[in-house]
Write a protein of this length. Structure first.
Lengths: 491, 141, 236
């Protein structure tokens, strides 16, 4: 049993997804989805522990040895990302029971949960596989289901948002598959470890830099790195609350993982950053993303859209970390993956609570919510503090590493931009806090606190974002070791 | 109605051959080109042809929407389930060798099972999507 | 000879592609798309990828044409004139194409036996398949066994497509949910603002206002969020 864990994290949910569609009614489908999520959550924890104890795990599917068959290869980075996806999935599914029941029509319930499991499975599949074509296959599973899930939003504009995402996402996926094809034509292999070995010999051929370019553009489209982020704000704004919370904390994170995997493992840091001069492109884009997107966020009056722009800015932080190509920088990027998943999950869930009771997340409808929905708004403030990067929150930890990485390279202006980004975050978080706590509510409204079914998962993430902010040793240790694995230094 | 008679008779003659060809593609996949995916699509094409000529109502009586949706789901379960069976028999996931005493026979069984899964899913999905499109009314007349 | 067929097919493919872009009649465009698939299938045959050709012919030229015709039956046959020429997309496409040409210019020549793809993994498949799996068609043994897991993933992709389409289209137009009078209700598309207001006022059952098939009498910018915003204030 335990030797099969690497594959079981994916195939058990994959077996349950069609089952959820078959059972027909949403309650049963929810139970199936919850079983899938919690199963994956448990397995992901076990995998992280095993990788920490024994090092990289390899599982040869079908019994065929690595370059001939498909291999699951789980190192610390894979295991960590899979754990993030599984954790958020396990929390989001609890949240979904109440939230989706409100926002999604009942006759779509069973299929909705089936799509949810598929999305979840796809993301897990991407993070644990050791084969580039397999990455593409699972990317398709997760993307297709994500489009459908986003279209289920209660606003009609969800359809256009999903369509926009579908077009951009398909372009991204096509670029990725072109990149994979070009790599295959030069090496004759699809296995990541094998590619890493065989690519340097052919790296001077034009085909490989072009493959690299296509992969980078394709993944950054999925990642919504500025200026390819245009699909993201609408998708996050109009998707059902539970979907936004789940996708915002996982899909872009997995895309960041793909960047890490291709830059550092497949092509190698030397090729990516010295031959291709990647940092010269990524760093300016990341810095522009941090500043402009935070500024745009300030001017939003739909809070979900505000948070969506803030996500684009936060993606900037992760990519900035990667662009240093140093252990400290990559550590910061990986840490921020986890930390941002926690805080954005919490924030979007808090907005889902508001949606549940108010029916809208527009700023003018949130007057006085601080009194009427104290727990919800307290959760928002908690997540907001983390977004700003106040000490004792996870946001502080990742920014601390990021600033250190910048200073290590002597790039103090970059460190200053990171600080400035926090300042901007203060403004947009305060904007919401001001309306919720310091403006009088309409006395006629009889808005109550959100139900526990929504508050418990929300607070679980808020508490986690404080816990890992105060005691960052576990996560920082894992992230550092993961960065060392990627950069090929250390053990 | 009457002017469709050539079409109807022609379709009636064609469909059995298309279905037979689909079966050929499915089971001859070991020797010639083809396999579950292609066979599923050809099956679906025959069925869609039937629905186009004889009306969606008749098609729904042959195979109600629920059955078609179930096909789409069951095929995936057959494929993934095969993997679980191989694990249960002591192999790794999708290691067909353990399905029979002789590894190559096991491979044959495994391939037949997963190709069946692919066939069922592809057929179900194609027809389900067709139903979904055909069942809609036009929005702006 | 083969080169001539290649060139002829590719030229036809390019002509068809440009024609599809330029056509404003969607019915004709769908037909051309079918031809495009058939030409691609022919190209795959020339490249000895018979399995792919098979699929392309059945799916691309067959089923997807039927599905697109089904869509046309819902949305009409004529495409609106674009408001302005799409300069930026054209630029992006040209750059992408340019990079692709640049990238493939040093690619190993097609079908050459010394190519990396024929040197590394493929020989193993060709030599061992007979012994490992004992079926003569190596394509099948790669797809179903050596890389069977990918095929499983692809089956899941196909299933996902079904789930997605059914979520959007099954059982009539997609119903929306709105918060009315402190309770979440289902609203069928086509419900007007006034109807919604009346419902909010009387807190009637939302199911009474069935869509009249006119696909949203509140088209354009004011989405249901605004509707909810308006009536929500009035309630209470």
């Amino acid at each position: 049993m335990s030797q099969h864990l690497p594959v079981l994290i994916v195939v058990v949910p994959l077996l349950l997804a069609p089952l959820a569609a078959l059972v027909g009614n949403w309650k049963a489908a929810w139970i199936v989805a919850a079983a899938a999520s919690w199963w994956a959550f448990g397995v992901s924890i076990a995998l992280v522990r095993r990788v920490l104890a024994e090092g990289t795990i390899s599982y040869e599917i079908g019994g065929w040895a690595a370059p001939y068959g498909i291999e699951y290869r789980i190192d610390l980075v894979s295991a960590f990302v899979a754990m993030i996806v599984a954790t958020i999935g396990a929390v989001a599914i609890i949240y979904a029971r109440t939230s989706v029941r409100a926002e999604v029509s009942e006759d779509r319930g069973a299929l909705f949960y089936s799509a949810f499991i598929l999305c979840f499975t796809g993301l897990l599949g991407i993070s644990v596989t050791g084969d580039v074509f397999n990455i593409f296959v699972f990317l398709e599973v997760s993307s297709l289901s994500a489009y459908a899930l986003i279209a289920m939003g209660q606003d009609r504009r969800a359809l256009t948002a999903a369509y926009q995402y579908l077009i951009m996402g398909s372009v991204g996926a096509t670029f990725i598959v072109i990149g994979i094809g070009l790599m295959y034509s030069m090496t004759g292999t699809l296995n990541i470890a094998d590619l890493a070995e065989r690519l340097p010999a052919v790296a001077d051929n034009r085909t490989i830099p072009v493959a690299f370019t296509f992969l980078t553009v394709g993944i950054t489209l999925k990642l919504a790195l500025f200026p390819l982020h245009l699909w993201l704000p609408n998708a996050y704004t109009y998707a059902p609350s539970a979907v936004t919370a789940f996708i915002a904390s996982t899909a872009t994170k997995v895309a960041v993982y793909l960047l890490l995997r291709f830059f550092f493992t497949v092509f190698g840091a030397e090729f990516s950053f010295e031959q291709m001069q990647l940092d010269k492109v990524l760093m300016p884009l990341a810095l522009v993303a941090i500043v402009t997107m935070s500024l745009v966020a300030i001017y939003q009056d739909n809070v979900k859209r505000l948070l969506a722009y803030s996500s684009v800015a936060q993606i900037g932080y992760m990519v900035l970390g990667i662009s240093f190509a140093s252990v400290l920088g990559v550590t910061a990027g990986i840490l921020h993956l986890f930390n941002h998943a926690l805080m954005k999950g919490a924030l979007f869930m808090a907005m889902g609570c508001v949606m549940y009771r108010v029916g809208s997340v527009r700023l003018e409808r949130m007057k006085g919510l601080g009194k009427k929905m104290p727990w919800t708004m307290a959760a928002f403030v908690g997540g907001g503090l983390s977004l700003i990067g106040v000490p004792f929150t996870v946001g502080f930890v990742s920014k601390w590493y990021l600033v250190q990485a910048a200073l290590e390279r002597g790039m103090w202006p970059v460190a200053a931009v990171v600080m400035f980004g926090s300042l901007l975050a203060v403004i947009y978080v305060w904007k919401v806090v001001e309306v919720a706590y310091f403006q009088e509510a309409d006395p006629d409204d009889d808005i109550r606190e959100a139900p526990l079914g929504l508050l418990i998962p929300t607070w679980a993430l808020v508490i986690a974002s404080f816990y890992f902010g105060i005691d960052a040793t576990t996560t920082a240790d894992i992230a550092t070791r993961a960065a060392e694995v990627l950069l090929g230094v250390g053990p | 109605m009457d002017d469709l008679v050539v079409l109807r008779v022609g379709t009636k003659i064609l469909i059995p051959f298309i279905l037979l060809f689909a079966l050929y593609v499915q089971f001859h996949g070991d020797y010639g080109p083809g396999g579950g995916f292609q066979a599923g699509v050809i099956f679906a094409a025959a069925y869609v042809l039937y629905a186009l000529v004889f009306g969606i109502g008749n098609a729904l009586r042959v195979m109600p929407a629920k059955v078609v949706y179930a096909c789409g789901a069951v095929g995936v379960m057959i494929f993934v389930g095969t993997g679980f069976v191989t694990m249960g028999l002591g192999g790794v996931f999708l290691d067909y060798n353990v399905l029979a005493h002789e590894p190559s026979h096991g491979q044959h069984y495994g391939i037949i099972a997963v190709e069946l899964g692919v066939l069922v899913t592809v057929f179900g999905v194609m027809v389900a999507i067709f139903y979904a499109f055909a069942g809609r009314r036009r929005l702006d007349p | 000879m083969i080169e001539f067929v290649d060139v002829a097919l590719l030229v036809l493919l390019a002509i068809t592609g440009v024609t599809i872009i330029r056509l404003r009649n969607l019915f004709a465009a769908v037909m051309m798309a079918g031809i495009y698939s058939l030409l691609s299938a022919a190209l795959f045959v020339v490249m000895d990828a018979v399995d792919v050709a098979f699929t392309e012919a059945a799916v691309g030229a067959g089923i997807s044409t039927v599905l697109m015709l089904g869509t046309l039956a819902l949305v009409g046959h004529q495409e609106k004139k674009p408001r302005r020429p799409a300069i930026v997309p054209l630029f992006v496409v040209l750059v992408t194409g340019g990079i692709l040409v640049y990238g493939t210019s040093q690619m190993p020549p097609f079908g050459h036996a010394d190519n990396p793809i024929h040197q590394h993994v493929a020989p193993y498949y060709l030599e061992e398949s007979e012994h490992d799996i004992e079926i003569p068609n190596v394509v099948t043994s790669v797809l179903s066994s050596y890389r069977g897991y990918d095929t499983m993933g692809e089956t899941a992709v196909v299933f996902t497509a079904m789930v997605g389409v059914l979520l959007l289209l099954a059982r009539g137009p997609l119903p929306r949910r709105v918060l009315l009078g402190g309770e979440w209700r289902t609203v069928r598309p086509g419900t007007t603002r006034e109807e919604l207001r009346a419902e909010a006022a009387h807190a009637l059952d939302a199911d009474g206002s069935d869509g009249d098939g006119s696909g949203g009498t509140t088209p354009g910018s004011p989405g249901s969020e605004d509707i909810v915003g308006e009536q929500g204030g009035k309630h209470g």
